[in-house]
Design a protein around this ligand. Structure first.
Ligand SMILES: *Cc1c(COP(=O)(O)O)cnc(C)c1O
Length: 446
């Protein structure tokens, strides 16, 4: 057996609910997983499985943690991690801003009265319709991602008699994931305008030449699952250098700097996560230092956390349907959902923690793979895990940290309806997004 094929070590306690990985209000009560004071068996009985369950206190408290730690800066939740009307209401209550990346996301935000001036529109290919909608709504910022967009937006702004505040998405050549960051000369990806190749500086010239666009700052987003500030420091230094050259060339001092999101969360035992307070202090210090060193006033900072706000507060509940022991290898546990409700494992090898949730067990650990019900052998939710050997059809299992990029990436593959989303708090559960029905699946078909 090759080292990478060796199964992971069995956890000492299969029943453990590690507070770093599970929602803040979760625990085992009389053996059963409870979240928000609600027994998962009750929530499954009331709403069915698969089911996305969000711990409202967890999500709201993380929104507050960011707002508090980053006081004096702007915290914009990256809506693509998970967006629905109720999440937008929580954002309004907690005083955060919102990033949207399409006309659809913008429509969700506006539908419940989110203040448009706290919305930023992103995207590498925004349509004229999306830009028009953003102009009409009066969004706070539009992040420019191409030369075509400068001309397109300039034209639309003139037509509509608006003067939008814009930022330029700058590709700094820094890419960060977890502990690693690479700062390269090439920026081989679709987002942004390159710093090294001079495209960012050219974008500045073109925008400043258009009186109908107000250039207020630079934007950079360097990656995901980042646990320290090293990559942000390199990116900030490069952006500060560009701010200096803008000042030298045009006599313009841009007042805002957006360093994006990408802060990591814990998916499995041992995953490190940044402390939000330390992160805030670190980022502010970096921005203050690089700008002061460059002889610039300190710009207003914006950050854009997505995963780190909704990721840990959400879990997915499934019912076990079949338990198939493949002699000498492992046990395949099939659940009633799969890659249609969580594509992350199939898409990029994501790792997850899973537990038997409807009861406790003292049975031996059983090397398992949790798989979905789709016609695809890559339909895996948890590649390597241990579940108790007495696991049986009808048991409920819970997968932790599915709050970000699961519902938002869900599909109807094999005509599976997308599961409901419920929020739990104070001993009660309520639906915040209805599960789809067969009628929903066939709507629009002639
Ligand atoms: C995806 C994205 C984010 C959020 O990333 P997370 O890893 O979820 O924090 C922030 N800003 C931009 C521009 C993004 O595309």
């Amino acid at each position: 057996m090759l080292p990478h094929e060796r199964p992971p070590l069995a956890p000492a306690d299969l029943n453990r609910i590690n507070p770093a990985i599970w929602p803040r209000t979760s625990s085992r009560t009389d053996g059963t997983l409870t979240i928000g004071g609600v027994d998962v068996r009750d929530v499954a009985r009331d709403h069915g499985t698969p089911l996305y369950v969000y711990d409202e206190d967890d999500v709201r408290s993380r929104m507050r943690d960011f707002a508090t730690a980053f006081q004096g800066s702007d915290v914009h939740y990256a809506g693509k991690a998970f967006l629905c009307k109720e999440i937008v209401r929580w954002l309004m209550d907690e005083g955060l801003g919102l990033d949207v990346a399409s006309g659809g996301e913008l429509a969700v935000a506006l539908s419940v009265g989110f203040p448009p001036e706290r919305i930023t529109l992103h995207g590498n290919n925004k349509s004229a319709a999306e830009l028009t909608r953003a102009l009409e709504a009066g969004v706070g910022h539009i992040v420019i991602d191409s030369f075509e967009e400068i001309a397109r937006l300039g034209h639309l702004a003139e037509q509509h008699g608006k003067r939008p505040r814009v930022m330029i998405r700058v590709t700094t050549g820094v890419e960060a994931h977890t502990h690693e960051f690479i700062a390269t000369a090439h920026d081989d990806q679709k987002f942004g305008l390159s710093l090294n190749a001079g495209a960012a500086a050219e974008a500045v010239r073109r925008i400043l030449a258009l009186p109908q666009l107000e250039l207020v700052g630079l934007h950079s987003h360097i990656g995901s699952q980042i646990v320290d500030t090293a990559g942000f420091e390199v990116a900030a230094r490069r952006l500060a250098a560009l701010l200096v050259s803008i000042k030298d060339e045009h006599g313009v001092v841009l007042p805002e700097l957006d360093l994006g999101g990408g802060y990591g969360i814990a998916y499995v035992e041992g995953d490190e996560t940044p402390d939000i307070k330390e992160l805030a202090d670190g980022l502010r210090e970096i921005v203050a230092k690089v700008c002061t060193d460059a002889g610039l006033p300190v710009p207003r900072l914006t950050i854009e956390p997505g995963r780190s706000i909704v990721g840990t507060g959400g879990i997915t509940l499934y019912e076990v349907g079949t338990v198939k022991d493949v002699e000498g290898l492992r046990t395949y546990v099939s659940i009633d959902g799969g890659m249609s409700d969580n594509i992350r494992t199939a898409l990029y090898g994501a790792e997850y923690t899973v537990v038997l949730a409807s009861r406790e067990s003292t049975a031996e650990p059983m090397l398992s793979r949790v798989v979905g019900k789709h016609c695809e052998s890559g339909d895996i939710i948890v590649r390597d895990c241990y579940l108790p050997a007495d696991l049986a059809p009808g048991d409920l299992i819970a997968v932790a940290a599915t709050g970000a990029y699961c519902r938002s990436l869900a599909s109807n593959y094999n005509y599976l309806p997308r599961p409901a989303v419920v929020a739990v708090a104070g001993g009660a559960s309520r639906v915040i997004v209805q599960g789809e029905t067969e009628d929903d699946l066939m709507r629009g078909q002639l």
